[in-house]
Design a protein around this ligand. Sequence first.
Ligand code: HEM
Length: 214
Amino acid sequence: MTDATTQTVRVYLYKRYERFWHWSQALLVLTMLLSGFEVHGSYALLGFERAVRLHTLAAWALLLLWAFTIFWQFTTGEWRQYLPTLEKVGAMARYYALGIFVGAPHPFHKTAAKKHNPLQRLAYLALLAAVSPLIWISGLLYLFRAFWPALGLEALPLEWVAWAHTAGAFAMGVFVIAHVYLTTTGHTLFAHIQTMITGWEELPADDADTASSH
Ligand code: HEM
């Protein structure tokens, strides 16, 4: 559908499951951050015991959500959206550091088949390949510390696991802050948020030939 006056086209970017997965993950990660830093001792909100229980419950919910989401990514072929590319990475970095503040044009043109810009792809890959494994491996080790002797891990210092987990949590916190800031950089403050709620995005009409709209 093309709007002749504004020369934009409405493109369906995020499918129903994708939006469900995104917002449930956001809620669970915020829960993990909030309860995790209470367990860490940064503040008292729910009380230590309740924070630990909430943290563990949210971890299992996140694991279940990821199991379904990995299945969805592979059955729909959407996993390809996360393949990294170095093309235009420099241009993207320059845009976020400078261009964005002086109204320069966005160097990347989003389409339904390529909805993540190159910097986004690298950030998601780092999250998937480095931050998530660090949090999950240390989190599961932490959770099942009673079984360390049976697994031959009795020599593993608990502080190392706690340190790795907290480092992963800080990295996740930095990602969340950067991610939320970048959601505000669309053509209006809430344009990207709106797209993740409705699934639809307004794109310049000159991209319409490469965008699949339905
Ligand atoms: C976004 C994801 C997560 C964040 C931000 C996060 C954050 C934290 C933080 C800051 C702590 C306190 C660490 C300390 O001071 O020693 C903690 C503790 C813990 N986390 Fe996580 N975590 C996350 C995911 C997970 C996952 C996926 C698991 C399990 C599979 C997990 C299991 C645990 C356990 C068992 C503890 C220790 C609780 C206790 O003392 O009994 N966490 N988490």
